[in-house]
Design a protein around this ligand. Sequence first.
Ligand code: RFL
Ligand code: PHB
Length: 388
Amino acid sequence: MRVQVAIIGSGPSGLLLGQLLTNAGIDNVILDRVDRDYILGRIRAGVLESGTTRLLDEAGAGARMHAEGLIHDGFSLSFSGRRHRIDLKRLTGQSVTVYGQTELTHDLMDRREATGGKAIYNARNVTPHDFGGAPYVTYEKDGVTHRIDCDFIAGCDGAHGASRAAVADKGMKAFERVYPFGWLGVLADVPPVDHELIYANHIRGFALCSQRSLSRSRYYVQVGLEEKVENWSDDAFWDELRRRLPDDVAQALVTGQSLEKSIAPLRSFVAEPLRYGSLFLVGDAGHVVPPTGAKGLNLAASDVHYLFEGLRDFYLDKTDAALDAYSSRALARIWKAVRFSWSMTQLLHRFPDSGDFGQRIQEAELDYLTTSHAAQEAMAENYVGLPY
Ligand code: RFL
Ligand code: PHB
């Protein structure tokens, strides 16, 4: 097979890039090591910036998101038994859309199928080759090794994929911070406790009340890295969540059987640069943020925007400038989101070594936020997403 762009990874970044390319008449194929259902079974992000919804529209896959997504004009911070609302709409003129990554992925997969896009699932041992020269990708399927020749390879295969591994010894510099805790998340078909998200700072640890729809909730509590998901019954989870919320919220919480329960460790990671000859790192392949700022999926989308512009200009206008600028343009936005995600994590979590002093510092910062328009504006501006 020969294509213009070989895309490794069928997550949000690979699917979004693939659809924008297909719409522009640029030939591409998507390869993933697992199948559609496995990908759609992963419960991840839930908050979309307006840039992400705009790109989904541009891809022609935004209809269901507009019909079913929930527009949120604000969110709450809770600490010291009280709550403060960050009014995103008033502070920035913008809102965010609550729409699950699972749904967005589903819509992009459907769109790809409807427009005849090539996708190869269950492709084993996917490997990018010769991206300093004449690039190609190999993979195995049904016991046979296949080869795809291409002009460019988009590494959209997440934090543990083949793309980042392929460039690890090609001058890649890694920047990393590992946090000493994770998030235990539960998905349940119960109405959300509030019409907006609540991020809670508590002496027992962070908690988050999120949602997927008016009847489906997503909740998280901070847990130690030694915790095992199988040791958390649903009841134990709900009890711990209640303890970390203000009394009125805890009393209003509707609990039920979990549909999914998992623990995700938190870390920040950035690879520099994002381009190695004709191989580009995109989305989680190039960077990972802790979920506290709701930025991972949204950063994947802005990477796709920059790379798509580069590839479109290359093929349609015969200019290299935007492609050459991909790494630096994307990294400039990535580092700001990495900083924001780190600062939200720092503000809201219990750190084992910072003790009561650390707790008071966090409470002081949160209290400052409730009285300072400037501080609220800075938080809101980052939360709705910096422009691109
Ligand atoms: P993905 O989604 O990981 O997709 C990568 C795809 O590549 C495939 N793959 C391979 N294929 C072939 N060969 C290989 N060797 C391969 N290795 C992997 C995988 O099967 C997969 O299909 O990366 P992508 O597309 O860059 O998208 C990134 C987002 O998924 C991620 O940033 C977000 O989920 C992060 N995130 C959140 N982001 C937000 O913007 N808002 C949120 O509210 C938010 N909440 C979250 C999150 C991530 C979480 N976890 C579990 C890490 C909440 C959580 C709990
Ligand atoms: C989610 O709904 O999964 C979610 C929402 C906001 C975050 C992180 C995760 O900051």
